[in-house]
Design a binder for this molecule. Structure first.
Ligand SMILES: [Zn+2]
Length: 198
């Protein structure tokens, strides 16, 4: 049998080298395995944190949605309350309704020396002191329909701003923008309604 210079047989030396290599390989494999394990653990942690954040975001969104639903519900309640305060219409019976304008034929001496607006049109004030608005202001018997009171004529709201020498009891005069329109209206007998805000 051949021997090395230090006296060991070559086969024993080869075996020792192989065992040494095996141990080194085992150590390297173990180290790599431990490293991989640590990295994967870290990854899981990161994933878990991300999931937690996502869950928190979803919770926040849910809270916001809940708030929106609450606000919507509040608005519905408010709308219901508003619906309850809809105006009430009380019949005042049938009135004889005529129309007038600001001309001398309709207003006699009251039509003279009216102040003019920036467009040169006469400014017409009613007996209430309010400026008359065409197809909205009316003259009435203030004992029955006081100044500022709203009445419904043919489904349209009018407000009492004026009186008239011939306007008493169940008579109303609607202020129009021209004498033509007043003549067009003529005389109409219509059931009118008092508008009451509940
Ligand atoms: Zn007129």
């Amino acid at each position: 049998m051949r021997k090395c210079p230090n006296g060991k047989p070559i086969i024993v030396l080869v075996a020792e080298i192989l065992i040494f290599c095996a141990i080194v390989c085992a150590i390297v494999v173990t180290i790599v395995a431990i490293r991989n394990h640590i990295v994967s653990n870290n990854k899981e942690e990161v994933e878990t944190t991300t999931k937690t954040e996502t869950t928190t975001e979803i919770e926040l969104e849910t809270e916001t949605e809940t708030e929106i639903v609450e606000v919507a519900t509040q608005k519905e309640v408010e709308t219901e309350i508003e619906t309850e305060t809809e105006p009430q219409y009380i019949s005042l019976g049938v009135y004889t309704i005529t129309a007038y304008c600001s001309c001398e034929a309709c207003c006699s001496e009251w039509s003279l020396n009216r102040p003019l607006d920036e467009n040169g049109n006469p400014i017409v004030y009613g007996a209430s002191g309010e400026r008359l608005i065409a197809d909205y202001s009316i003259a009435a018997d203030v004992g029955l329909i006081p100044f500022g009171e709203t009445v419904l004529i043919n489904g349209k709201e009018y407000i009492c701003h004026d009186v008239g020498s011939a306007i008493f009891d169940n008579r109303i005069d609607i202020y129009m923008s021209s004498h033509e329109m007043a003549l067009e209206w003529g005389v109409q007998n219509i059931e009118i309604f008092k508008v009451v805000e509940r």
